[in-house]
Ligand binder design. Structure first.
Ligand code: FAD
Length: 432
């Protein structure tokens, strides 16, 4: 406990492991603290892991990292009660170099943190950080739940995830509001690998993702069904404000999705192996807190760095962790651990893809609250399905009449034709 570190990293998820790896490689004495029995032990996600940001730290990591399937096809399903409008994109170019993979966090996080350990970071696992040590307004270490529990350091990198205790303690941010987080539940369903390949039309190492819009009882949220090697990950995340409003539990939504005829067919005969729940930060750009202060920096989910539209979180976590690690190395050269010195990290995040992508979607948050959410996630998917049913049914009616009826279904969601145009424009602006 008397040992002093240059940097203490709190949390060994993708953000923390990336920060610890980068700082250790830069020659700093780093402690990596994780409350789980091992990194990833309690972590969960959808989930898709992306190449680009991890590759910057570990070239060709996919040759040794525990990954599931290489994603070559991405599908989007707009669900109504018994039907779905489906859009999909498949491309062999996603194989080489791989664009992304499905993965399991319990395996991946452990492997990733082991890379930080190999670079010299000292693992301190099964240890929860309970507070920050603050002296003269500056963070100078952390308190843990161990008997000899204080660890002192020049810098603390906060990467403790969406429920960030230290983020709140340092007033980087307050408790997230119910419309800034969604609650997700997920099941891992075991199926023989050949069955998965047949049902999803995949080769033996190929994978496919399906994002599900609709059938969330009108609440803002998305479902997902991803192929792992010999399991499927099926889950749904719904805005906490909507769950509160309707007094619904997320597993009720998941059970509903499992009954959908098109999903039922894909998971049939599978055995549920795991069940997990987790919050996702979805406040976006406007919810991002201050990113650095005297003696500290904050990364990943703890700082709301999730691009929910593209289900990108791990990559932004890794990116921010790397930037925090690089900043740690740079400020050690100048021995300036002040808020002014660490502004360098905030500036780096501002110039990075994290800031640029979250900024692009900053208007989206407005569409996620009731009553817009009910239109977008409830009425619209149903109306699009109904419109297509109408349009594609060959029942003797002239096509012009069919087209009119189909449009009427869509207009019905917005209120009228002009309202539909307005709604589309609003959506377009929110995404740009
Ligand atoms: P985390 O991964 O949450 O890691 C934080 C770590 O800190 C944990 O290991 C935790 O145990 C530890 N910790 C917490 N508190 C303490 C403490 N007090 N003391 C010590 N240790 C502590 N992202 C994608 O890129 N692709 C996807 O497909 C995807 N799907 C998702 C689906 C779901 C259902 C969910 C919930 C999330 C999904 N995400 C996805 C988002 C992604 O999981 C997160 O953005 C990412 O894990 C953030 O990494 P992080 O390191 O910031 O936080």
């Amino acid at each position: 406990a008397d040992e002093r570190f240059d940097v203490v990293v709190v949390g060994a998820g993708p953000a923390g492991a990336a920060a610890a790896l980068t700082a250790a490689r830069g020659g700093l004495k780093v402690a990596l603290i994780e409350r789980g029995e091992y990194p990833g032990a309690k972590n969960t996600f959808g989930g898709v892991l992306y190449r680009k940001q991890i590759e910057q730290l570990i070239p060709e990591f996919w040759k040794s990292a525990p990954l599931e399937r290489t994603v070559v096809e991405q599908r989007l399903w707009l669900l109504a009660k018994e039907s779905a409008v489906t859009v999909s994109y498949r491309d062999d170019r996603f194989n080489d170099p791989p664009n992304c993979w499905t993965g399991q966090r319990s395996k991946f996080d452990q492997w990733f943190a082991a890379q930080a350990e190999a670079a010299g970071a000292v693992p301190i696992y099964e240890t929860a950080v309970t507070d920050a040590i603050i002296e003269d307004g500056r963070v100078v270490g952390v308190v843990t739940d161990r008997d000899d529990g204080e660890l002192r350091a020049n810098l603390v990198i906060i990467a403790d995830g969406v429920n960030s205790l230290l983020g709140k303690r340092l007033r980087a941010h307050r408790e997230w509001k119910p419309d800034q987080v969604s609650l997700a539940v997920k099941e891992v369903i075991a199926l023989p690998r050949e069955k998965i390949q047949d049902r999803f039309n995949l080769d033996k190492s190929e994978g496919c993702t399906i994002e599900l819009v609709g059938e969330t009882m009108g609440m803002a949220g998305l479902g997902f069904l991803y192929t792992n090697t010999d399991t499927l990950s099926l889950g749904v995340g719904v805005m906490v404000s909507d769950l509160k409003r309707l007094r619904v539990k997320p597993y009720e939504v998941l059970n509903g999705l499992k009954q959908h005829p098109m999903i039922q067919r894909l998971i049939e005969g599978g055995e549920v192996k795991e069940y997990a729940g987790h919050l996702i930060p979805e406040g976006g750009y406007t919810a991002m807190p201050s990113l650095s202060g005297d003696g500290w920096m904050i990364c990943g989910d703890a700082a709301q760095m999730v691009n929910a539209v593209h289900r990108e979180g791990t990559n932004l976590a890794v990116e921010s962790g790397r930037l925090a690690g690089e900043t740690a190395v740079a400020v050690h050269e100048r021995e300036d651990f002040s808020s002014a010195g660490l502004q360098r990290y905030t500036d780096a995040v501002r110039k990075s893809i994290i800031h640029k992508d979250l900024k692009k979607y900053k208007g989206l948050h407005g569409l996620l609250s009731f009553p817009e959410s009910e239109k977008l996630f409830g009425q619209l998917p149903q109306a699009v399905n109904d419109a297509l049913f109408e349009f594609l049914s060959v029942d003797g009616e002239p096509k012009r009449d069919k087209q009119k009826q189909a449009f009427r279904k869509l207009e019905g969601v917005a209120g009228g034709r002009m309202d539909l145009v307005r709604m589309a424009l609003k959506g377009w602006r929110a995404m740009n």
